[in-house]
Design a binder for this molecule. Structure first.
Ligand code: DGL
Length: 373
């Protein structure tokens, strides 16, 4: 990768200096910002950010401007997306890199590993200050959680998407990308794990989840976002409480394969054949997206116990969308040698369990992983 051009104009210096404090704007009177004045380097430079394109709606295009929810995703190359937001070049030196051009529903373990390994490689380069990943919103929450758990760097990594294609009235991708670059460029974002930016909000990759099929206000974290991006200012109000990146037991550079973990969804009249199919296809664990507090229908208990007897781990999760699953409450987990999630949604539990299984097969150790991360 070519080296980024260093920019040391007065404007860039003022902007970068103000970003260091987590507040932008050079127009702020120095008297009103004494801390900024005290900590700003004499000659600051713009951050060097690599924007990795993976596809999604942020790379989408519709037949007409009124197609806000019906369009083709993953068609616009990342360099073209970057060029469509010239404001970005005022806040950072950016380089685009196209790794995939897919809808994020097409992510699988191989693609996830390829992306994470490339991010890890880039983060090791001294001239890279942060990474932005353009990504479909459908599975941003899985990718962000995976990166949050496996990257060994404190440099900012921001995953961003959009709900409307660039061709639509009220397209949200340009501002989301601009905001993502601002967040990735800001030293205040260092050491906060993988972040997801959308709709003026900054979320932790651990908690973020997509909650609406078409609204621009779709990302939700059960405990609220970590912060906002407004008028070029990156504002943090919370910190992630659970270990991430440098503090975890996984290193993406040492993971070349993820074990198969299946998710089986619970519903009235659920079919035990889904459990049997998961076992037959070689799943090492089943995340059971149970009703309520991880409750399991009487006709499902035996199939799940049979799967466990064949060595497949059973993880009780909840399909409710929030809350913890309490061990030994709805089911005798100790007796059955099952595991419960903490508050991880089934799709996040799948990521965590796959990672955990790369290191241990011990039920107690696996349970601890859910309570820790
Ligand atoms: N299928 C979707 C995806 O790539 C498009 C939705 C979006 O990006 O918002 O995740």
């Amino acid at each position: 990768m070519k080296h980024f051009a260093r920019v040391t104009t007065l404007a860039a210096a003022l902007l970068s200096a103000s970003l260091i404090t987590g507040t932008a704007h050079a127009q702020l009177a120095p008297a009103a910002q004494p801390a900024a004045a005290a900590t700003a380097p004499a000659e600051a430079r713009k951050a060097n950010i690599v924007i990795i394109g993976t596809g999604g709606t942020i790379a989408g295009a519709g037949a007409s401007a009124t197609n806000t929810a019906a369009y083709q995703s993953a068609v616009v190359p990342v360099d073209k997306i970057i060029a469509s937001v010239p404001e970005i070049s005022k806040v950072a030196n950016v380089k685009g890199e196209q790794i995939f051009q897919i809808g994020s529903e097409s992510f699988n373990n191989e693609r996830l590993l390829k992306l994470a390994k490339r991010v890890s490689e880039l983060l090791k380069q001294p001239d890279v200050d942060g990474i932005v990943i353009t990504h479909g919103t459908d599975t941003i929450e899985e990718t962000a959680y995976f990166l949050n758990l496996t990257l060994k760097s404190d440099k900012p990594v921001v995953v961003v998407g959009s709900m409307r294609p660039g061709t639509a009235l009220g397209a949200d991708g340009a501002l989301n990308l601009y905001d993502a670059v601002l967040v990735a460029s800001n030293p205040a974002s260092k050491g906060k794990g993988t972040l997801a930016v959308l709709n003026d909000e900054i979320h932790t990759g651990r908690d973020v989840t997509k909650s609406n099929t078409f609204k621009t206000e779709t990302f939700r974290s059960p405990f609220g976002p970590l912060g906002y991006v407004v008028e070029g200012r990156t504002l943090f109000y919370r910190l992630p409480a659970r270990p991430h990146t440098l503090q975890t037991q996984w290193d993406i550079d040492k993971i070349d394969k993820l074990p198969e973990v299946a998710v089986v969804y619970a519903y009235g009249n659920a079919n035990p054949a889904a459990v049997e199919a998961a076992v037959k296809s070689g799943a090492k664990a089943i995340i059971y997206a149970a009703t309520g507090n991880g409750s399991v229908g009487d006709y499902m208990v035996e199939p799940l116990k049979a799967a466990r007897a064949k060595g497949v781990h059973i993880v009780r999760a909840s399909r409710t969308g929030s809350g913890v699953v309490v061990r030994n409450a709805e089911q005798p987990d100790d007796k059955y040698d099952w595991i419960v999630t903490d508050d991880q949604l089934p799709q996040k539990a799948r990521i965590l369990m796959a990672l955990a299984l790369t290191q241990t097969n011990d039920t107690k150790a696996l349970q601890q992983v859910f309570w820790k991360y």
